[in-house]
Structure formats: C-alpha cells, structure tokens
Design a protein around this ligand. Structure first.
Ligand code: ARG
Length: 465
C-alpha cells in the first residue's frame, strides 16, 4: 500500500487518490443513517451465524464477530462510539470498528454480502419495527375517540356539508367517523408490512453470490416469512417505502382534517369545544388569546409528510436497475415522516384527553338552519308523495319560513298544511332534532341505537372494558 491513508476506506484498493473533502462531505450519510445501527447489527449477526452454519467462517470467528458487534452496540448506546464521516455510512462505520476489535474474523463478515443488500435489509427491519409502533399509536388515538364518543353519547350537533348546517347528528357519530379512518390506516400499514417483510439479503451487489449461502437460515433468524425472488429487484426495490410513506401521508391527512375541525369548533364563532390549557398557547401581545397551536401544527405538518412521499416517488422515477447511489436519498424522507407522524399521533391522542364539548351550544346549533327539512320531505314520502315533489314542497315551506323569520318548528299545523294537506300532528316529532336523529336508524346511520352498536363494536375491537 503506497499511501497508508488510502487504506482507510474499505473499498480503497483500486484508488490512487484520496477522496476530495467535498465529495466525502457530500456523500456521507452517517449523520442520518446511524439511526439504523440496531438493525444493521441484527442483520450482521444473522448473516454471520449463517456464514458459520455453512462453513464459510469458523465457530470461533463467529464468536468473535458476535462479541464485537455486541460491544459496538453498547458503545453506540452509551454514546462512546466514535462515528467517522469518512467511512460514509452506518454499515462501514460498524464494520471498520469490528475489524479494529477482532481483526481478521471481522474482515470475514462482509463475505457474500454487499452494502446494497445490506442497506435494503436494514431499512426493511427498521420499517417493520416502526410500522408496528405506528399501529400501536393509531390504536391509542382510536381509543381517545371511543372514550369521547362514549362520554358524549346522546349529545346532538349539526352535521355539515359544504360547511353549511345540513342535518342533526350525534356528536358520537361524528367522532366515530375518525375511528373508522384510523382503522383503515392501521389496515393499510398491516398490508404494507407484507411487502416490507421480505428478506433481500443474499442478493449481494445485484446478481447473487457464488458462495454457498443459506438464505432460508437468515430469514428464519430475522423472522422474515418471505425471501426476495430476484436479486436485481431486491437491491433496487423501494416500493415498500413508497407504500409506507403513502400510508403515513394519509394518516397525517386524517389528523389534519380533524385538526381543522378542532380549530373551527374551538373558535368563538362555533364555541362547540374547548381544548385543555396545557395543549394551547397564548399570544405575546394579546392577553386574551388562547390558540389551538397543536392542531394547527399537525395540520401544517401534513405538507412535509406529503412532500416526503413525492420526494421518494420522484427519486425512483428515472432509476435504471439496479442499485444507484440516488437510493441513499430514501432515508431522510422516511425518518422525517416517521418522526412527524409518530409525534402528531401522540400529541393528538393527548389533546383528546383534554377535550371537552359544550352540549348546550351543540344542541342549540341544531335549532336553526332548517336542519330537519330533509326529515319533513321524508315524512311526505311516507305519505306516498314522490320524493322530488316532497323536496319542492319543503323548499317552499323553507322559503316561507325565511320570509317570515321563522324556523320550520315555529310553523303551526295550519301553516304547514298550506303546503300539503296530508301533513298532520305527528309531523312535529320529525321536525325536532332529537326525533330527526333517531329516525335515521339504518345500518351506519346516526340514530342512537346504531351509534351504540358501532360504539360497542369499536370497544370490542380495541379491548376497552
Ligand atoms: N449509504 C448507502 C445507501 O444508503 C449504502 C449503500 C451503498 N452502496 C454502494 N454501492 N455505494 O444507499
């Protein structure tokens, strides 16, 4: 070796110059991929066990490798490990440290392995872990919605379309709509886990290896139910990352939609709800202010989470097979999404624990805005009047009420009968919001009987007593 310094790079054999400082700084990923150290070590341990099992390394070499890797892991955890940016990434930092600890046994670890299949393995192990954590956080949030739905069961509020008062609904029905959204989010992550949970190791650089490896052994060691079927696909596939980022994108969008509702509901214009002081902030100039910053930030962060999905889609778009260094750019969007979505789920679940509703204001809001007009039309349908005619008749009644500054409930029976002679005394039940809500008693509707069933099902799903 002419230049001792050159030997520092594990791949330095054919090089005659040092890497330029700019190139080294530009290409290093250690400052973010160090997050994968546990997964890298777990993957290396499984790989080493396999190498020993097929006779590519001896049992004593295996012992040294396992011992060295365990030491490195505890050094990283106790912050005594020195990360070296000139070693680019987490894979080479750990490998180099291992060689320094155990010598030639360490130099055998990378047998039949490339960083291409190694990094694919690490990110899959990482995503498998965080997907499960996110499912747990989603469940915790769902629990918050269920507990509120239970607490406020029977409370009536306006349901909206176009943000205009539409029909009275139960607050619990509204809250359980979010239970459903987050249920789908869990399903999406579970489904995505099927594609994440595939072992790429053994693909080597791109074409497999001539050495007698045992991929099934590694899959069993690491708990992968499946092994990648094509080495070229395995080292360049990041579809599972796109799926994961899309699933997370939707989680954040759901959180953002609820945030928007909280921001509206807690405004003085609505006055429907109040967020506990501990999750609000004040103004540095206006002493009276209490601002819903947590939902605002959650809503705001949906921008970066959506952006991360677009970033990785764009990253993959022009890539020929197989591994290209571009793929290193997959990690920061993933980490940022994981951090953002985890924190948002955690904060929102806490905000729910400190959320209270003003039952009176919610109920009163259903008294105005002709919210039972549809009920009156359906009442006429039950009297055998075709729906389109019923719609027109009620439209006239609404116009009359607006003209005379009244609500439908203020009209006398005689006034109502002017619009249709079939209208009789029993009409007043459907004109009142409680009667209106409970009449929508079909599966998935807002009647209390239906909502109770949904609530019970949700409680069983989550194992809530
Ligand atoms: N740091 C790299 C990445 O994240 C690891 C794989 C490097 N492979 C290579 N052939 N340079 O993608």
């Amino acid at each position: 070796m002419k230049n001792k310094e050159l030997s520092k790079k594990p791949w330095g054999g054919r090089f005659t110059e040092q890497t330029a400082a700019t190139a080294e700084t530009f290409s290093a990923s250690i400052h973010f991929d160090l997050r994968l150290y546990r997964h890298d070590i777990a993957g290396s341990k499984a790989h080493a066990k396999m190498l020993a099992n097929v006779g590519l390394i001896s049992d004593s070499e295996l012992e040294q490798i396992l011992g060295g890797l365990t030491e490195i892991e505890s050094e990283i955890e106790s912050n005594t490990f020195v990360f070296r940016p000139e070693l680019e990434d987490i894979h080479m930092n750990i490998e180099k440290a291992l060689v320094e600890k155990v010598g030639s046994a360490g130099e055998k670890l990378h047998t039949a392995r490339s960083r291409n299949d190694q990094v694919a393995l690490d990110i899959r192990l990482y995503l498998r872990e965080v997907s499960r954590q996110l499912i747990g956080l989603l469940e915790n949030l769902q629990k918050g919605f269920v507990l509120l739905a239970r607490e406020y069961l029977g409370c009536i509020m306006p349901g909206y379309t176009h943000l205009q008062r539409a029909q009275p609904v139960l607050l619990s029905h509204h809250l359980l709509a979010y239970f459903e959204m987050f249920k789908r989010d869990k399903e999406r992550l579970s489904d995505c886990l099927k594609r994440i949970n595939v072992l790429p190791l053994g693909s080597a650089a791109l074409a497999g290896t001539s050495l007698p490896i045992d991929r099934d052994f590694v899959a069993r060691e690491l708990g992968f139910p499946e092994i990648s079927a094509n080495s070229m696909d395995a080292v360049s596939d990041r579809d599972f990352i796109v799926e994961f980022l899309a699933a997370c994108g939707l989680i954040q969008v759901h959180l953002s939609r609820f945030s928007e509702e909280l921001i509206l509901w807690t405004s003085q214009e609505f006055g429907f709800a109040e967020i506990a002081d501990r999750y609000c902030t004040g103004s540095s100039i206006m002493p009276q202010k209490k601002n819903p910053d947590m939902p605002e930030l959650i809503r705001g962060k949906s921008g970066r989470v959506t952006g991360n999905l677009v970033a990785v889609m764009t990253l993959l778009k022009g890539l020929p097979l197989t591994y290209n260094r571009d793929l290193q750019e997959d990690k920061e969007p993933v980490f940022d999404t994981v951090d953002t979505v985890s924190q948002s789920l955690t904060v929102m679940a806490e905000v729910l624990t400190g959320l209270s509703f003003d039952r009176e204001t919610l109920h009163q809001a259903t008294d105005t805005g002709f919210m039972t007009a549809t009920d009156l039309a359906e009442y006429l349908v039950r009297k055998n009047i075709p729906f389109r005619q019923a719609h027109a008749i009620v439209g006239k009644a609404v116009a009359y009420s607006i003209e005379s500054s009244k609500e439908l409930t203020d009209l006398t029976l005689e006034e109502l009968q002017d619009f249709h002679p079939e209208i009789s005394e029993d009409v007043f039940v459907v004109l009142e919001s409680g009667g209106s809500v409970n009449s929508r008693d079909t599966y998935g509707g807002t009647a209390i009987a239906q909502v109770k069933k949904s609530l019970e099902k949700a409680e069983t799903d989550l194992g809530i007593e």
